[in-house]
Design a protein around this ligand. Structure first.
Ligand code: ZN
Ligand code: FE
Ligand code: FE
Length: 183
């Protein structure tokens, strides 16, 4: 996390001055929420990778872990652009989604494709939460006239969408039919 540089906020808005301080506040609040969420994922994804049996699934989540580290850095760039300190605010949703993922690991046997299916389901719930969040944030940044910020957020949004698609592919091509055989 970076310190406040003390520099003037670089954001400019299209609408008249003071027209949207509440909207800006909401936007920053959502940034702090997803900043917490992304940091939490950096801590929790390694357990998902270790628990996966399919090498393809492990590789897919490993790649996304590396992207997630990048998502954290991008948010720090955004805080910096806005002249704000990178402060995280606990995201209850991501805490809950991560707990669900752990619960799936605890309730399935290690080395089974059934556990892999559970890991994919839990991971896709996480991706969908992030897609919803970044989708909303891109729109909000655009509304606030923060075009550079919107572009950075859109990069992450695309990676979250791609991660979701790759997880679907692993499920369809690799894991789901093995799990059906197990049953
Ligand atoms: Zn992310
Ligand atoms: Fe949240
Ligand atoms: Fe993600």
């Amino acid at each position: 996390m970076k310190n406040d540089t003390g520099s003037e906020p670089k954001f400019k808005t299209k609408t008249s001055a003071g027209a949207e301080p509440a909207l800006m506040e909401l936007f920053v609040d959502c940034l702090r929420d997803i900043y917490w969420a992304e940091n939490h994922l950096v801590k929790t994804l390694p357990k998902m990778i270790k628990s996966a049996t399919s090498q393809k699934l492990a590789d897919t989540i490993q790649n996304h872990l590396e992207e997630t580290v990048e998502h954290v850095s991008r948010l720090e760039v955004i805080f910096d652009l806005l002249g704000l300190e990178a402060i995280a605010k606990k995201c209850d949703a991501m805490e809950g989604l991560a707990k669900e993922g752990e619960g799936i690991i605890e309730s399935t046997d290690s080395g089974t494709a059934t556990r892999d299916v559970g890991i994919i389901l839990a991971s896709q719930k996480v991706e969908h939460y992030e897609i919803a969040t970044y989708g909303g944030l891109v729109q909000l940044a655009t509304t606030l006239g923060l075009d550079e910020v919107a572009e950075i957020l859109a990069q992450t949004l695309n990676e979250e969408k791609l991660a979701d698609e790759l997880l679907t592919e692993v499920a369809e091509n690799d894991v789901n039919y093995k799990a059906a055989d197990e049953a």
